[in-house]
Design a protein. Structure first.
Length: 526
C-alpha cells in the first residue's frame, strides 16, 4: 500500500478453516474501504493458510504473517500488532465477524473525540454444529465517556464491562505501547485480560457507542462439553501465565497496593472458567491429578475461592467430582516440633474467613503441624488440610477406626470421599497396623504415632481397585432413583423401563421417575 491505512484488522488464525471465509467476508464487505487485514497464521494444520492465500491473491489489503510453530493466541496478537501499519486497530477472532458499517462508525467516533478506545456493543450468538445460530445476548460498553486514570479505574475496580479485546477500536500507538510490557511467551488463556488491562492502564480517553458492531460466537451445547487431555488442560488452557503477568505489571508500575483487591476480584473470572473446564472437559480419571497440578501451579487461596464459588450453587458435590489418582506422593512431613491438637476455630463453615483463621493461627503460634480429628463434614476437612499446608504447616489426620470398619459404617460413597480427603494430608495417624499398610498403598505417609511414621508404598493394583469402585459408585449414583413419597423405591419398574430412559439427563429423568413412581405405587398398592 502506498499510504498508511486508517484501520488495521488483526486476525490470529489457527485451524479456523471452517469459519474463516465468513470472518474475512465480514471485513471485506464493510462500507469503509481504507483498511488492511493482518492475518497471522499460527502454524495451522488445516486449510486456513490456503484460504488466506486465496483471499490475499484477490485483495491486496490482506497481508499474511506465518509462525513456523504454534505459539498461541497471545504471540499471534503481538506479532500482528508489530506488523500493523494502520492508525487504529481492530481485533477479530477467526471464527467471529463484524457487523456492517462498524468501521466507519467507530472511526468517526475515534476522530471526533480523539479517543484511545472506542467500545461498541458486542452481539453474542450461539452456533450449533448443524450450522444454525441464535442470538444469546448483547454485551454493552460502559455507558459514559471517561478519561485519564478513570479509564483503567472504572474497568478494573468497578468491573463495569467485559475485558474482551473484541468489540473495541484502539489507537494503534496504545496497542504498541502495551505490547512492550508483554513477553512473547506462550500464554494459552486470558490473554485478552492481559492485553486489555495494560491498554486501559495507558489509555487517556474511552468512548462508548450504542451500535452493535461485533458478532461473537459462543460454543454450542454440543461442542462445549468436548473432553480434553490432561496435558492440554494444564498447559494450553491455564490462565495462570496471564494472571501473573498482569500482577507483575501492576507491581512494576507501583500501583499494586492500590489495585490488589481489584485484581483479586478480576482473577476470579478466568479461574472460575478454569474450574468449569476442570469439571466438564477432563476425563474422570484425571481430575485429582489436574487438581493437585493446579494448586502446585498457582496461589492456593484464589483457587480455593474459585472452587468454592463454583460448587456452592451446583448439584454436583466437589468431592464426588475429585476422582482419579495422582501417583506423585507428597513431600515428607517435617520435624513437627510445635504441634497443635484439638484446635477449635471460630468460623465453623467452609469460608474465606475460616481459611484465613488457619493462616493466622499457624503464623502467630508458629505451629509446624496441626493434628485434625475426624470430621463429619469431609469437604470442610479437605479444605482445612489445604489451608494448613498452604500456611506452611503439616496437616496430620487422625483416624480412630480401622479403614474397613469405616467402610462398613459409612458406606462406599462416603468412604471414597474420605479417601480423597486423606490423600491430601501430610500424614495419617492410623488406629492399627493394617490401616497403616492400607494408607501407605494409597500413596500416603502413615503411622500409628508421630514417632513411627512410614513412607508411601504406592500400589497400582490398589489404585486400580479404587478406580473401579469410583466408576461403579458414579454409575450407581447416575441411575439412583430417590424413593417416592409412599416409600417405594420403584426399582423393579425402573429396570423394565431402563433401556428407554437411561439416555435422559439425570435431572429430568429423576423428575419423570418420581412422578411415575407415585402412579405405580397407587396402582400396585405399595
Amino acid at each position: 500500500m502506498d499510504k498508511r491505512p486508517q484501520i488495521s484488522v488483526l486476525i490470529p488464525v489457527y485451524n479456523a478453516a471452517k469459519y474463516l471465509p465468513a470472518c474475512l467476508d465480514s471485513v471485506l464487505s464493510q462500507s469503509m474501504t481504507d483498511f488492511e487485514i493482518v492475518a497471522v497464521d499460527d502454524a495451522s494444520t488445516d486449510d486456513s493458510l490456503r484460504i488466506l492465500q486465496d483471499y490475499a491473491d484477490r485483495d491486496p489489503r490482506i497481508r499474511i504473517v506465518t509462525h513456523e510453530r504454534n505459539k498461541g493466541v497471545l504471540s499471534a496478537r503481538l506479532t500482528s500488532i508489530r506488523a500493523a501499519s494502520g492508525k487504529y486497530i481492530l481485533f477479530l477472532d477467526a471464527d467471529d465477524g463484524f457487523l456492517p458499517d462498524i468501521f466507519r462508525k467507530s472511526l468517526d467516533a475515534a476522530e471526533q473525540y480523539q479517543a484511545d478506545i472506542v467500545h461498541f456493543v458486542l452481539e453474542m450468538r450461539e452456533r450449533s454444529d448443524s450450522g444454525s445460530e441464535k442470538l444469546v445476548r448483547y454485551a454493552y460498553p460502559y455507558p459514559h465517556m471517561h478519561q485519564g486514570g478513570d479509564v483503567f479505574r472504572i474497568f478494573f475496580e468497578k468491573s463495569t464491562y467485559i475485558w474482551m479485546l473484541s468489540g473495541k477500536l484502539y489507537r494503534a500507538d496504545l496497542c504498541r505501547k502495551a505490547a512492550e510490557f508483554i513477553p512473547d511467551d506462550y500464554c494459552p488463556m486470558a490473554e485478552d485480560f492481559l492485553i486489555y488491562s495494560i491498554c486501559a492502564f495507558w489509555a487517556e480517553k474511552y468512548v462508548p457507542m450504542k451500535e452493535p458492531g461485533y458478532r461473537y460466537y459462543v460454543d454450542s451445547g454440543i461442542s462445549s462439553v468436548r473432553k480434553t487431555t490432561l496435558e492440554k488442560f494444564m498447559n494450553r488452557q491455564s490462565p495462570f501465565r496471564a494472571l501473573r503477568l498482569v500482577r507483575n505489571f501492576l507491581q512494576q508500575q507501583g500501583v499494586w497496593e492500590k489495585y490488589s483487591e481489584s485484581f483479586a476480584m478480576q482473577e476470579q473470572k478466568p479461574l472460575d472458567e478454569y474450574v468449569l473446564r476442570w469439571m466438564r472437559h477432563l476425563p474422570d480419571e484425571d481430575r485429582m491429578k489436574a487438581f493437585n497440578g493446579m494448586f502446585r501451579g498457582y496461589d492456593a487461596f484464589p483457587l480455593f475461592l474459585a472452587f468454592r464459588t463454583f460448587f456452592t450453587d451446583k448439584d454436583e458435590r466437589f468431592l464426588e467430582m475429585l476422582s482419579g489418582e495422582d501417583p506423585d506422593s507428597a513431600s515428607p512431613p517435617g520435624k513437627m516440633e510445635r504441634t497443635a491438637e484439638n484446635l477449635s476455630l471460630q468460623n465453623t463453615r467452609i469460608s474465606a474467613e475460616r481459611w484465613n483463621e488457619w493462616q493466622t493461627l499457624i503464623r502467630e503460634n508458629r505451629y509446624d503441624a496441626v493434628i485434625l480429628e475426624p470430621d463429619d463434614d469431609p469437604e470442610r476437612l479437605f479444605w482445612d488440610i489445604r489451608a494448613i499446608r498452604t500456611a506452611g504447616a503439616d496437616a496430620v489426620c487422625r483416624r480412630t477406626q480401622n479403614y474397613l470398619e469405616t467402610l462398613a459404617r459409612k458406606g462406599l460413597n462416603d468412604w471414597l470421599m474420605e479417601d480423597r480427603t486423606l490423600r491430601q494430608a501430610s500424614l495419617i495417624l492410623a488406629s492399627d497396623e493394617d490401616s497403616v499398610h492400607w494408607y501407605r498403598k494409597r500413596n500416603c505417609f502413615a503411622g500409628i504415632s508421630l514417632e513411627k511414621m512410614e513412607p508411601p508404598q504406592y500400589c497400582p493394583q490398589t489404585a486400580a481397585t479404587m478406580t473401579a469402585l469410583e466408576k461403579s459408585e458414579k454409575k450407581a449414583a447416575y441411575y439412583r432413583i430417590d424413593p417416592s413419597p409412599d416409600g417405594e423405591t420403584f426399582v423393579p419398574f425402573f429396570r423394565k423401563l431402563d433401556h428407554v430412559f437411561r439416555k435422559l439427563p439425570s435431572g429430568p429423568r429423576k423428575k419423570i421417575f418420581s412422578r411415575l413412581a407415585g402412579i405405580y405405587n397407587r396402582f400396585t398398592g405399595n
